[in-house]
Design a protein around this ligand. Structure first.
Ligand code: SF4
Ligand code: SF4
Length: 87
């Protein structure tokens, strides 16, 4: 399991989640989906320890446990993981 950042972060990107993460696994990046660039913060699922500290910090409710991601944003689970592939 891991926590996942979803669409509302795109407009906010205030990074208040970054400073509370004890394992420093939240990073800014740009994902591409078709012709669209998605510039936001992402969580490395291999490093996330599921502490949940980031979730209440987000002012736009963009962070969810992967099992609780709303249906319309489920694609973000893979998108977060893809950002860290090969790193
Ligand atoms: S706190 Fe929320 S909006 Fe701010 S950077 Fe983190 S996920 Fe994005
Ligand atoms: S759940 Fe904890 S370890 Fe995972 S990204 Fe959030 S603050 Fe970091």
């Amino acid at each position: 399991m891991a926590y996942v950042i979803t669409e509302p972060c795109i407009a906010a990107k205030d990074k208040s989640c970054v400073s509370v993460c004890p394992v420093d696994c939240i990073h800014e990046g740009v994902a591409t989906e078709g012709e669209k660039s998605i510039d936001m913060l992402f969580i490395n699922p291999d490093e996330c320890i599921d502490c949940g500290l980031c979730e209440p910090e987000c002012p736009v409710t963009a962070i969810f446990a992967d099992s609780d991601v709303p249906k319309q944003w489920e694609g973000y689970i893979q998108m977060n993981a893809n950002m860290f592939r090969g790193k």
